[in-house]
Write a protein that binds this ligand. Structure first.
Ligand code: GRF
Length: 204
Protein backbone atom coordinates (compact mmCIF):
# COMPACT_ATOMS: atom_id res chain seq x y z
CA UNK A 1 0.00 0.00 0.00
CA UNK A 2 2.54 2.65 1.09
CA UNK A 3 1.60 6.03 2.47
CA UNK A 4 -1.07 8.13 0.79
CA UNK A 5 -0.17 11.32 -1.09
CA UNK A 6 -0.99 14.33 1.04
CA UNK A 7 -3.14 17.15 -0.36
CA UNK A 8 -3.17 20.73 0.86
CA UNK A 9 -6.38 22.58 -0.03
CA UNK A 10 -6.44 26.38 -0.19
CA UNK A 11 -9.77 28.15 -0.36
CA UNK A 12 -11.39 31.54 0.24
CA UNK A 13 -15.11 30.86 -0.04
CA UNK A 14 -17.91 28.38 -0.53
CA UNK A 15 -15.66 25.37 -1.00
CA UNK A 16 -17.78 23.21 -3.28
CA UNK A 17 -14.71 22.04 -5.23
CA UNK A 18 -13.01 21.13 -1.96
CA UNK A 19 -16.12 19.15 -0.92
CA UNK A 20 -16.20 17.29 -4.24
CA UNK A 21 -12.55 16.31 -3.75
CA UNK A 22 -13.18 15.25 -0.13
CA UNK A 23 -16.23 13.22 -1.21
CA UNK A 24 -14.24 11.46 -3.91
CA UNK A 25 -11.48 10.63 -1.43
CA UNK A 26 -14.08 9.24 0.98
CA UNK A 27 -15.59 7.19 -1.87
CA UNK A 28 -12.17 5.73 -2.72
CA UNK A 29 -12.08 7.48 -6.09
CA UNK A 30 -8.93 9.45 -5.25
CA UNK A 31 -6.12 7.64 -3.46
CA UNK A 32 -4.91 10.51 -1.27
CA UNK A 33 -5.60 12.21 2.02
CA UNK A 34 -6.28 15.83 2.87
CA UNK A 35 -3.46 16.91 5.18
CA UNK A 36 -4.67 20.47 5.71
CA UNK A 37 -7.32 22.94 4.56
CA UNK A 38 -6.11 26.54 4.65
CA UNK A 39 -8.25 29.65 4.20
CA UNK A 40 -7.24 33.30 4.03
CA UNK A 41 -10.78 34.30 5.04
CA UNK A 42 -12.43 33.61 8.38
CA UNK A 43 -15.89 33.67 6.81
CA UNK A 44 -15.15 31.00 4.17
CA UNK A 45 -17.95 28.43 4.30
CA UNK A 46 -15.49 25.83 3.03
CA UNK A 47 -13.41 26.22 6.18
CA UNK A 48 -16.39 25.46 8.39
CA UNK A 49 -17.28 22.47 6.23
CA UNK A 50 -13.71 21.15 6.57
CA UNK A 51 -13.95 21.45 10.37
CA UNK A 52 -17.27 19.58 10.33
CA UNK A 53 -15.60 16.80 8.38
CA UNK A 54 -12.94 16.51 11.07
CA UNK A 55 -10.15 17.72 8.79
CA UNK A 56 -7.27 19.77 10.05
CA UNK A 57 -7.79 23.42 9.17
CA UNK A 58 -5.79 26.60 9.45
CA UNK A 59 -7.05 30.16 9.11
CA UNK A 60 -4.22 32.40 7.89
CA UNK A 61 -5.74 35.85 7.29
CA UNK A 62 -4.12 37.64 4.37
CA UNK A 63 -5.21 41.18 5.12
CA UNK A 64 -2.32 43.57 5.68
CA UNK A 65 0.42 41.24 4.44
CA UNK A 66 2.63 41.67 1.40
CA UNK A 67 2.17 38.85 -1.10
CA UNK A 68 5.44 37.03 -0.41
CA UNK A 69 5.27 37.61 3.33
CA UNK A 70 1.86 35.93 3.34
CA UNK A 71 2.97 33.10 1.08
CA UNK A 72 5.91 32.32 3.38
CA UNK A 73 3.44 31.61 6.19
CA UNK A 74 1.33 29.37 3.96
CA UNK A 75 4.35 27.49 2.57
CA UNK A 76 5.60 26.92 6.14
CA UNK A 77 2.31 25.25 7.09
CA UNK A 78 2.19 23.17 3.87
CA UNK A 79 5.76 21.97 4.52
CA UNK A 80 5.02 21.29 8.20
CA UNK A 81 2.07 19.14 7.08
CA UNK A 82 4.26 17.39 4.48
CA UNK A 83 1.92 18.29 1.63
CA UNK A 84 2.72 16.68 -1.72
CA UNK A 85 0.15 18.43 -3.90
CA UNK A 86 -1.45 21.84 -3.38
CA UNK A 87 -5.00 22.28 -4.72
CA UNK A 88 -6.34 25.80 -5.06
CA UNK A 89 -10.11 25.59 -4.76
CA UNK A 90 -11.54 29.08 -5.06
CA UNK A 91 -8.45 30.62 -3.44
CA UNK A 92 -8.74 34.24 -4.46
CA UNK A 93 -5.07 35.18 -4.45
CA UNK A 94 -2.20 35.21 -6.90
CA UNK A 95 0.76 33.15 -5.73
CA UNK A 96 4.26 34.62 -5.50
CA UNK A 97 7.30 33.16 -7.28
CA UNK A 98 8.44 32.13 -3.79
CA UNK A 99 5.37 29.92 -3.29
CA UNK A 100 5.49 28.45 -6.82
CA UNK A 101 9.21 27.60 -6.53
CA UNK A 102 8.55 25.56 -3.39
CA UNK A 103 6.02 23.32 -5.16
CA UNK A 104 7.21 23.02 -8.77
CA UNK A 105 4.43 21.45 -10.88
CA UNK A 106 2.74 20.58 -7.60
CA UNK A 107 0.08 23.29 -7.48
CA UNK A 108 -3.25 22.95 -9.30
CA UNK A 109 -6.03 25.45 -9.87
CA UNK A 110 -9.52 25.27 -11.34
CA UNK A 111 -10.96 28.12 -13.36
CA UNK A 112 -14.52 28.44 -14.76
CA UNK A 113 -13.66 29.09 -18.41
CA UNK A 114 -11.78 27.49 -21.28
CA UNK A 115 -8.44 29.19 -20.73
CA UNK A 116 -6.80 31.22 -22.12
CA UNK A 117 -10.23 32.81 -22.70
CA UNK A 118 -11.65 34.81 -19.82
CA UNK A 119 -9.04 34.66 -17.05
CA UNK A 120 -9.67 36.56 -13.83
CA UNK A 121 -12.86 37.35 -11.99
CA UNK A 122 -16.41 36.55 -13.13
CA UNK A 123 -15.32 34.34 -16.02
CA UNK A 124 -18.89 33.14 -16.64
CA UNK A 125 -20.13 36.73 -16.90
CA UNK A 126 -17.23 37.53 -19.25
CA UNK A 127 -18.23 34.59 -21.49
CA UNK A 128 -21.86 35.79 -21.70
CA UNK A 129 -20.73 39.36 -22.37
CA UNK A 130 -18.52 38.21 -25.21
CA UNK A 131 -21.30 36.09 -26.69
CA UNK A 132 -19.35 32.85 -27.03
CA UNK A 133 -21.42 29.72 -27.66
CA UNK A 134 -19.29 27.42 -25.53
CA UNK A 135 -17.49 27.87 -22.27
CA UNK A 136 -16.46 25.41 -19.56
CA UNK A 137 -13.67 24.93 -17.07
CA UNK A 138 -9.95 24.31 -16.90
CA UNK A 139 -7.62 22.63 -14.41
CA UNK A 140 -4.06 23.88 -14.81
CA UNK A 141 -0.71 23.96 -13.10
CA UNK A 142 -0.15 27.22 -11.28
CA UNK A 143 2.63 29.69 -11.94
CA UNK A 144 2.89 33.25 -10.67
CA UNK A 145 0.69 34.63 -13.46
CA UNK A 146 -3.09 34.83 -13.27
CA UNK A 147 -4.90 31.66 -14.46
CA UNK A 148 -1.86 30.68 -16.50
CA UNK A 149 0.35 27.58 -16.38
CA UNK A 150 0.16 24.34 -18.37
CA UNK A 151 -3.35 22.94 -18.86
CA UNK A 152 -4.16 19.51 -17.43
CA UNK A 153 -7.88 19.09 -18.16
CA UNK A 154 -10.78 21.00 -19.68
CA UNK A 155 -14.50 20.40 -20.06
CA UNK A 156 -16.84 22.17 -22.48
CA UNK A 157 -20.28 23.51 -21.54
CA UNK A 158 -22.70 24.85 -24.16
CA UNK A 159 -24.12 28.30 -23.60
CA UNK A 160 -27.89 28.49 -23.97
CA UNK A 161 -29.80 31.53 -25.20
CA UNK A 162 -31.59 31.81 -21.87
CA UNK A 163 -28.45 31.51 -19.72
CA UNK A 164 -27.66 33.98 -16.98
CA UNK A 165 -24.31 34.07 -15.15
CA UNK A 166 -26.01 31.99 -12.42
CA UNK A 167 -27.42 29.22 -14.62
CA UNK A 168 -24.20 28.99 -16.63
CA UNK A 169 -22.09 28.93 -13.45
CA UNK A 170 -24.17 26.07 -12.06
CA UNK A 171 -23.66 23.91 -15.18
CA UNK A 172 -19.95 24.72 -15.30
CA UNK A 173 -19.59 23.94 -11.59
CA UNK A 174 -20.86 20.40 -12.14
CA UNK A 175 -18.07 19.85 -14.65
CA UNK A 176 -15.54 21.50 -12.31
CA UNK A 177 -16.35 18.96 -9.64
CA UNK A 178 -15.80 16.11 -12.08
CA UNK A 179 -12.60 17.24 -13.83
CA UNK A 180 -10.79 18.52 -10.72
CA UNK A 181 -10.76 15.04 -9.20
CA UNK A 182 -9.79 13.49 -12.52
CA UNK A 183 -6.91 15.95 -12.85
CA UNK A 184 -5.72 15.21 -9.31
CA UNK A 185 -5.65 11.50 -10.11
CA UNK A 186 -3.81 12.21 -13.35
CA UNK A 187 -1.14 14.31 -11.61
CA UNK A 188 -0.78 11.86 -8.72
CA UNK A 189 -0.25 9.03 -11.21
CA UNK A 190 2.93 10.82 -12.30
CA UNK A 191 2.26 9.40 -15.72
CA UNK A 192 2.86 12.55 -17.75
CA UNK A 193 5.48 14.98 -18.91
CA UNK A 194 5.34 18.68 -19.66
CA UNK A 195 6.69 19.67 -23.06
CA UNK A 196 6.75 23.44 -23.39
CA UNK A 197 3.14 24.24 -22.38
CA UNK A 198 1.70 20.83 -23.20
CA UNK A 199 0.88 18.29 -20.51
CA UNK A 200 1.28 14.97 -22.27
CA UNK A 201 0.33 11.54 -20.97
CA UNK A 202 3.28 9.16 -21.00
CA UNK A 203 2.83 5.91 -22.83
CA UNK A 204 2.36 3.01 -20.47
C1 GRF B 1 -15.11 28.03 -8.86
O1 GRF B 1 -15.94 28.48 -9.90
C2 GRF B 1 -13.68 27.92 -9.33
O2 GRF B 1 -13.58 27.57 -10.68
C3 GRF B 1 -13.16 29.32 -9.13
O3 GRF B 1 -13.77 29.76 -7.94
C4 GRF B 1 -14.98 29.06 -7.73
C5 GRF B 1 -14.88 28.41 -6.40
O4 GRF B 1 -16.06 27.74 -6.03
N1 GRF B 1 -11.71 29.32 -9.07
P1 GRF B 1 -16.07 26.82 -4.74
O5 GRF B 1 -15.58 27.66 -3.58
O6 GRF B 1 -15.15 25.65 -5.01
O7 GRF B 1 -17.49 26.40 -4.57
Amino acid sequence: MGTLPRLGILLSGRGSNFMAIADNIAAGKIRAEIAIVISNRADAAGLEEARKRGLETRLIPSKGFEREQYDRMVVDVLKEKKVDLVCLAGFMRLLSAYFVSHFPNRILNIHPSILPSFPGLEAQHQALQHGVKFSGCTVHFVDENLDAGPIIAQAIVSILDEDTAETLSARILKEEHRIYSEAINFVLSGNFRIKERRVIQSSR
